[in-house]
Ligand binder design. Structure first.
Ligand SMILES: Cc1cc2nc3c(=O)[nH]c(=O)nc-3n(C[C@H](O)[C@H](O)[C@H](O)COP(=O)(O)O)c2cc1C
Ligand code: SF4
Ligand code: SF4
Length: 291
């Protein structure tokens, strides 16, 4: 039986949801699929050579892949012409996000991996500002219809490369300062004592073990990836995420929202880019319905 692996890092679940859609579609097409969740211990790291299809999936952070994906690329073995695809999610559909895989791809290329396709899905922001549930549900609806189509394209080996961006390598390099800055920022996280109910979920679920709670006291180490998992999922919104606190988003979106359309507070933001994304998605979905 054919098989596939997707190495996925997902801070708050958006990217993982996309990967699950791929897994479902792959398996419908007879391809047994493993989702390997990337955490800092890289436990039992599967060898890509053992799989016919190899994918890497991550959320875009500051127009880059999170540092843990770069570390993953460094840890993987050398191969000979192994083809791979990339899946990524982010909150806004700006073309500059096309630069996000450059560093990871560079490392993989030097190790003998060959990229053949990359797909970008727009999912609700877990940082910066909160989308309305109306918008979040629209994003999810588009992704749910697109992902199976594009999963079949991956299985067919179809090439799908994202357009380059002028000075993209330089911009991506410059913004990778985020990787260092967030480690420092993560040390400055605080938890509001009056709000914390001591559930321990933040410490238990941090992908890099950055949060330690001892005798009710919180300690933050210097390994934060700024994935937002702790602050986004805290049931009482007790986190203060230091320099990024003004951009904090807390609480799951209702992706199946179908009530009255909600008025966005940021209607002007990337308006044209969202319109283009949804129009292109609809076009592709319709074309595939008609085929
Ligand atoms: C630190 C940080 C930086 C981010 N930077 C970007 C960005 O540059 N562009 C963007 O469109 N979204 C950005 N986002 C939003 C996430 O990419 C988006 O919400 C994504 O779907 C989250 O996926 P996840 O749930 O798998 O972590 C950022 C989120 C975080 C936490
Ligand atoms: S998730 Fe929130 S409420 Fe639970 S222990 Fe952490 S800070 Fe406290
Ligand atoms: S401390 Fe919070 S934001 Fe930082 S890596 Fe852990 S869960 Fe993610």
């Amino acid at each position: 039986m054919a098989n596939a692996i997707i190495y996925v890092f997902s801070g708050t679940g958006n990217t993982e949801k996309i990967c699950r859609l791929y897994k479902d579609e792959f398996e419908k097409n007879g391809v047994q699929t493993t989702l390997y969740k990337v955490t800092s211990n890289f436990d039992n790291l599967p060898n890509p050579n053992d799989f016919e299809y190899v994918g890497f999936a991550y959320p875009i952070h500051a127009f880059n892949a999170p540092k843990i994906m770069i570390t993953l690329a460094r840890k993987l073995p050398k191969v000979s012409g192994k083809k791979y695809f990339v899946l990524k999610s982010s909150g806004e559909p700006l073309r500059v996000n096309n630069i996000s895989s450059y560093k990871m791809k560079g490392i993989l290329k030097r190790k003998g991996y060959e990229e053949f396709s990359e797909y970008h899905y727009i999912m609700p922001y877990n940082m910066i500002f909160r989308h309305t549930d109306t918008m979040a549900a629209n994003m999810w609806s588009a992704a749910r219809e697109l992902a199976p189509i594009e999963a079949r394209e991956v299985l067919a080996g179809k090439e799908h490369k994202l357009k380059g961006v002028p000075f993209g390598h330089f911009v991506a390099w410059l913004l990778r300062i985020e990787h260092h800055a967030m480690r420092v920022n993560g040390k400055m996280f605080r938890v509001k004592k009056k709000d914390c109910i001591g559930c321990g979920a933040c410490a238990k679920n941090c992908p890099v073990g950055n949060i330690v709670i001892k005798d009710g006291k919180f300690k933050f180490h210097g390994d934060c990836l700024m994935c937002a998992r702790c602050s986004f999922n805290c049931p009482t919104d007790a986190f203060n995420i230091a320099l990024l606190n003004g951009w904090r988003v807390n609480g799951k979106y209702n992706l199946s929202y179908d009530g009255e359309p909600q008025k966005p507070n940021h209607a002007w933001y990337c308006k044209k880019a969202y319109k283009r994304y949804f129009a292109n998605a609809e076009k592709k979905i319709n074309e595939n319905k008609n085929n």
